[in-house]
Design a protein around this ligand. Structure first.
Ligand SMILES: [Mg+2]
Length: 178
């Protein structure tokens, strides 16, 4: 019953994902949520996120930003990122996810959704049969209060058993990104 809300895999943050491992598994395109996934809600893009996308593209992935936010917000966010996007996606409605697959031109078996919310990103991906990775949601500095949905997500996740797609530590104890 809860299965439709559960991701294929989890990871602490977008910076900890083993993208090379995913590529080796056959994943060729990544659909990203923006708010609370790449940066706290409404915050501007950061050089670290821009560098992450440069590396992701270098690895060979196609990317697409799928956001419920406005065109202005997304266009400002991706100013220095070479990616396509879909605004006002109305997640978890499948239509945004299906147009994302269409735009990417990659079979859904080779696509992965990366987001922070069970009720939008993960549910929508599951409705379309696309694999997903749930990352911990990002909060603004000083923000501590969790809404009802967040508390419910945390409760539901107690029952979730899924794969961990974090980068493995190398012998010298350092994590190697991409
Ligand atoms: Mg989000």
């Amino acid at each position: 019953m809860l299965k439709k809300y559960f991701p294929y895999a989890r990871c602490k943050s977008v910076f900890d994902i083993d993208y090379k491992g995913l590529y080796a598994e056959g994943i060729r395109a990544l659909i990203f949520d923006i708010d609370a996934t790449l940066v706290p809600h409404g915050e501007p893009c950061t050089p670290r996120v821009e560098e992450l996308f440069r590396q992701i593209h270098k690895t060979g992935f196609k990317t697409l930003m799928l956001s419920n936010n406005s065109k202005e917000r997304i266009e400002d966010f991706i100013r220095n990122i070479d990616t396509c996007y879909i605004e006002l996606a109305d997640k978890p409605d499948p239509k945004g996810f299906l147009s994302a697959l269409d735009k990417l031109g990659v079979p859904k078996e080779n696509v992965l959704v990366i987001g922070d919310q069970l009720f939008t990103d993960i549910l929508g991906a599951n409705r379309c049969g696309i694999k997903s990775v749930l990352v911990d949601f990002l909060m603004k500095d000083g923000e501590t209060k969790l809404g009802k949905k967040r508390r419910l997500e945390i409760f539901m996740l107690r029952f979730c058993r899924c794969k961990d797609v974090s980068i493995k530590e190398t012998e010298d104890g350092k994590k190697k990104l991409l």
